[in-house]
Design a protein around this ligand. Sequence first.
Ligand code: NAD
Ligand code: FES
Length: 310
Amino acid sequence: MGRHKHGRFMHAIVARDQLSPNVTRLVLEASRIAEIRRPGQFVIVRLGEGAERIPLTIADADPAAGTISLIIQAIGVSTMDLVALEPGDAIRDVAGPLGRATDLIDHGHAVCVGGGVGTAVVYPIAQELHRRGVAVTSVIGGRSREWVILEDELRTAGDVVVCTDDGSYGRHGFVTDALKDLCEAGGVDEIFAVGPVPMMRAVSELTRPYGIRTTVSLNAIMVDGTGMCGGCRVSVDGETRYACVDGPEFDGHTVDFKSLADRLTTYKAFEQQTLARREACLIPGLAQHADSSAAAPDPGAASPAEGVAR
Ligand code: NAD
Ligand code: FES
């Protein structure tokens, strides 16, 4: 579907809900993508002309309604603008589906590990595994109860173990604590893990001695999403790979998580400055100063700092 607004094709928001204090789900019109997307794939959205490109995993799709769901963590200026959208508003560009689809097993027992907003990435994987007849256990974690997302949705695909860092809900501890018990019990054929880099690294180290194939989704900084800019390069098995076209999923046992973590900090200072300018704009009297100091280059070429948004 999609609508024309001011003479241009736009992707209208049809629903919005808040999943945790800083995680929002937007359902938007993108009929072609809804038809052909597969688990593991993502889109790059641009809210308006010249806006930053934001890579976001396609968390769900409804081909009949012609919609896709995007789950967004508001961590910077561009993602804050996205989550401020309401039904009836529209996004200018939604490019995709991008990336390789998840390489899924057809039988056995899979464990899907979601850390915080990374749970949005494992959700479509769990759904498809369940549809194929694979037994699915999802292990999802949040800092506390209010940060746990998609528990009900994942229960439709199998068992769910919820963990919270502070013990306010479910099992007390990190997702890795619950995963260790499952590995010890045996019978796990494959693990999919998505979340913060330290979590994916910890999961990969945990599963290595058990010899269980472990797939992680790398939230590298992305710009074009088509293998042209090199922004998303990651080191896998000693070789440079591009998360946008070779991934975003890779064998966690071969990923250089340290170099990924280092690259993710590249634009942190820039993003903090941009946020500070935005806040200054909201303080009466400081707006003029903020405008003049915001001698930012072309915003379209602005920092891809939110390549970590997925
Ligand atoms: P968070 O920091 O609140 O952590 C979520 C859960 O992950 C924790 O509750 C815990 O169970 C687990 N965890 C965190 N650190 C761990 C560690 N060292 N060892 C074992 N388990 C650990 O997560 P959040 O704030 O929702 O997510 C923030 C980060 O996740 C962002 O930096 C974002 O870029 C990243 N992220 C990555 C992807 C991806 O595709 N890989 C997708 C979404 C988000
Ligand atoms: Fe540019 Fe991957 S995002 S090469």
